[in-house]
Design a protein around this ligand. Structure first.
Ligand SMILES: Cc1ncc(COP(=O)(O)O)c(C=O)c1O
Length: 441
């Protein structure tokens, strides 16, 4: 087996060299995957980035020895500052974005036998938060042009069991909130925005995460505002705030005093530690500057990529007035690349020094869902007929297509310079020019 692998490696390396030589083209024109020179050898900016002020803030929290929110001031300062940045009344800092979603769903009293309308093109955490409360995620198909929930398909999915609409502002691109809020108010269903990837994104000048009854953020290490592991619930509703806060801290009141006997219920501990809040406050000072750079580079990159047939950058709804570009999302049409499969295309682009990744897979068809629905706890709640009906409703053909075609660049690539955007486009063009050769090897 090992011998065979070695032989194949040798043969393919040999044929690569032969193709290169036979083509008689310069090393710069030849794809890096076939032995040519890569378009780019310099790395893109790394992530996360630290500065001395991060360290000072962190060390201060450490030395204060007031490491949890009731004693220290960093968690509370962070909540106040983030609320001001968003224009929201209340923020609850949480251990991560998943727990922010769980606390929000709890506040909306989502539970067994309830349905939550959600798009399948998202990180698994959005779905796991719903399942953690024993509710069912009802998948609404994706609009492949924006990579976001197709708002036109929401109304047809509403049933008497629908308890919440959960749009995800994926990659910082904001879902069609005009349409979603209109349906929500007509059908009297609350909206919880998953803004985990949409720090400071805007819909008609209002911050993503503040348009529905509740919004959630993640400040995990890769996010535009990174704190290692951290999250936040955002709401301007006093009662939802109390219930989300309570769930996240054993139903204590928002000032961390004893539970209010009038409302206290089951809660858990999803609190954020002082260290992460200290780091987030320091990191937040750079957020605006970084956001502007991402936006400028994304706009330039879009103009460059529009010239490449078969590459389609994700469209923004006209109402999306700012995009955080946590991901720069695009679609690939192999027909414009001599039938080169996406996996091979990505390999070739990465060999040119561009960290382009495949997008999400078809999450609504992932085996973890069936295993969950067949688990003892779910079988105790849902009848076989209900589960079968869920399966029959779980059809998202546009999302299936996007799962085959979607790709993205991570946000920190957009922190590079203008000429780096030109190199991204140059790499894609080079792979396109060599697509037929790449397909044969
Ligand atoms: C869209 C989305 N929702 C939820 C989450 C969950 O956040 P966390 O990883 O902080 O729990 C993430 C994190 O990657 C996310 O991207």
């Amino acid at each position: 087996m090992k011998q065979d692998l070695l032989r194949r490696t040798f043969v393919s390396a040999g044929s690569v060299a032969a193709i290169g030589a036979a083509s008689g083209r310069s090393a710069a024109a030849r794809p890096a995957l076939l032995g040519g020179d890569p378009v780019r050898t310099r790395p893109f900016p790394s992530w996360p980035q630290t500065r001395p002020e991060d360290e000072a803030s962190w060390v201060d929290a450490l030395r204060a020895c007031k490491w949890w929110r009731r004693e220290g001031h960093y968690v509370r300062d962070f909540e106040k500052t983030w609320a001001e940045r968003l224009g929201a009344r209340h923020v609850i800092a949480t251990a991560n974005g998943t727990s922010a979603l769980m606390a929000s769903l709890h506040a909306l009293e989502v539970g067994p036998k309830d349905e939550v309308l959600v798009g399948p093109y998202t990180f698994i955490a959005t779905i796991n938060a719903i399942l953690a409360l024993y509710a069912l995620p009802i998948f609404v198909d994706t609009d492949p042009a924006t990579h976001l929930l197709d708002a036109g398909k929401i109304e047809g999915a509403i049933t008497p069991r629908t308890r919440c609409i959960l749009p995800v502002h994926l990659g910082g691109n904001v879902a069609d909130m005009d349409a979603i809020l209109d349906i929500a108010s007509r059908r009297n269903v609350p909206v919880l925005e998953d803004a985990c990837q949409a720090h400071l994104s805007e819909w008609r000048g209002r911050k993503a995460g503040t348009l529905g009854q509740l919004g959630c953020f993640s400040f995990q290490k890769f996010k535009n505002l990174p704190g290692g592991e951290a999250g936040a619930v955002v709401t301007s509703d006093r009662s939802l705030h109390r219930h989300a806060y309570g769930f996240h801290s054993h139903y204590r009141s928002p000032d961390e005093t004893a539970p209010d006997p009038a409302i206290s219920r089951n809660g858990i501990n999803l609190r954020l530690a002082e260290f992460q809040a200290a780091l987030l406050l320091a990191q937040m000072k750079r957020l605006d500057e970084q956001m502007q750079r991402r936006e400028q580079n994304a706009e330039y990159l879009t103009a460059l990529l529009r010239e490449i047939p078969g590459i389609t950058p994700a469209r923004m709804h006209p109402g999306c007035t700012r995009n955080a570009y946590h991901l720069y999302m695009l679609r690939y049409d192999e027909a414009a690349f001599a039938g080169l499969p996406r996996s091979r295309f990505l390999e070739a682009v990465r060999a040119e020094g561009i960290p382009l990744g495949a997008g999400y897979g078809p999450l609504n068809r992932d085996p973890f869902l069936e295993n969950t629905l067949r688990s003892r706890n779910f079988r105790a709640i849902y009848t076989e007929k209900e589960i079968q009906q869920w399966r029959e409703r779980n059809q998202c053909p546009a999302n299936d297509r996007l799962a085959r075609e979607g790709m993205w660049l991570p946000q920190h690539v957009l922190l590079a310079g203008r000429s780096d955007m030109e190199e991204i486009a140059a790499a894609l063009r080079k792979v396109q020019q060599n697509a037929a050769g790449l397909r044969q090897t």
